[in-house]
Design a protein around this ligand. Structure first.
Ligand code: FAD
Length: 332
């Protein structure tokens, strides 16, 4: 099989309970850009049960074509049947590029598909582009503990596969005038395709704001001094209708939950306002928040690297500034 036999950019659309994960939409935005540069079609691949009604929306977000694979047994994600369905589809249709969200599901699925279709996988990409005058995709990701950014190509195999973290790519605008093709595929899932039995699904309590969805983040670093100072950051976050996140240093110290860590080994965030309080700005932290709309950094060291990505830098004691901000906001 020649490389030129492969064509099209595919995006895997992750869903749970028929709710589309935002990373799928973000990847449709990037996928559209790549497909236009390559002069190829953009296909969204939606797998599940009773999910067909979501297909139209994927076209509005940029897909030319939606492949909907439906089966009752695909209702809840399971490694084996999903891997089988998607690797068979890839072998059959031969896409040039296949993008998957680096979620718990995507990280489970992508390497298995890549191994079955005998291609490479670049995991956790932060940027994707097309190499000039070729069909090669430039897949960039942090390497060596985040100290360098490595650009990886997959010149001899297709599809070119990569996983991308939620929040890294920008969500595209919805265009309800767009039209495209919806192709429904009914497949049979045999008993031997399923090797686990789901006894129950336990949902995490959702009374907290997910930092990936927050519009405002007040982020704590080791510079706030002690865990007890966090409640002032929480108060500020509440006044701004946001929530608290933090660096790995404060997660390691047990001040905040791992779920709220920003950075390379935490989450990638893109809020409208990111207030970094006593955070030095190590590269592993920066990669998780640099795409924020507006960054305010408070640090008592004027040479702290966080100031390089900040829109507003305040050289001062972080706890004092937080108290002053709370006072000002309460006056309003
Ligand atoms: P520090 O580096 O200790 O910085 C504290 C800052 O606070 C300093 O700049 C100091 O000047 C300032 N300060 C001190 N007192 C005050 C005060 N009173 N008022 C204002 N400022 C004050 N880190 C992450 O955050 N996220 C990740 O996902 C992540 N992943 C990693 C993955 C790998 C493989 C590795 C090797 C490291 C990773 N790290 C990550 C760790 C990262 O390298 C840094 O160690 C970490 O981000 C430092 O956190 P910090 O800025 O809170 O603490």
């Amino acid at each position: 099989m020649k490389i030129s036999d492969y064509s099209g950019v595919w995006v895997f659309i992750e869903q749970r309970d028929c709710n589309i994960h935002k990373v799928g939409i973000e990847l449709l935005g990037k996928g559209r850009e790549i497909a236009d540069k390559l002069g190829e079609k953009l296909t969204a691949v939606l797998v599940g049960y009773n999910v067909e009604n979501k297909a139209e929306e994927l076209i509005h977000y940029g897909a030319d074509h939606v492949i909907v694979v439906e089966n009752e047994k695909l209702d809840i994600y399971m490694t084996k049947p999903y891997t089988k369905v998607l690797s068979n589809l890839v072998n059959d249709r031969k896409p040039n590029v296949f993008l998957i969200g680096a979620t718990a599901i995507g990280r489970d699925l992508a390497p298995r598909i890549a191994a079955r279709v005998r291609t490479g996988l670049t995991a956790d990409c932060t940027s994707i582009d097309v190499e000039e005058n070729t069909t090669n995709i430039l897949m960039t990701r942090p390497a060596f503990g985040g100290n360098i950014m490595a650009t990886i190509i997959c010149p001899d195999h297709r599809p070119q596969m990569s996983t991308v973290r939620p929040g890294v790519m920008k969500k595209p605008e919805k265009d309800e005038t767009r039209s495209g093709i919806i192709e429904k595929i009914d497949i049979s899932i045999e008993k031997e395709d399923i090797d686990v039995e789901i006894l129950s699904v336990v949902k995490e309590e959702k009374n907290k704001i997910n930092i990936e969805d927050a519009n405002v983040l007040v982020s704590a670093g080791r510079g706030i001094g002690k865990k007890e100072n966090l409640h002032k950051l929480s108060e500020l976050a509440k006044l701004l209708s946001g929530t608290v996140s933090g660096s790995r240093a404060v997660v390691d110290a047990g001040w905040i939950e791992k779920n709220n860590q920003v950075g390379q080994t935490g989450k990638t965030v893109r809020p409208n306002l990111y207030i970094a309080c006593g955070i030095s700005g190590a590269i592993q932290h920066i990669v998780g928040m640099e795409e924020s709309e507006f960054i305010v950094a408070i640090n008592n060291n004027p040479d702290a690297p966080i100031f390089e990505v900040a829109d507003v830098g305040i050289v001062a004691d972080a706890n004092q500034v937080v108290l002053s901000l709370i006072d000002e906001l309460k006056k309003e």
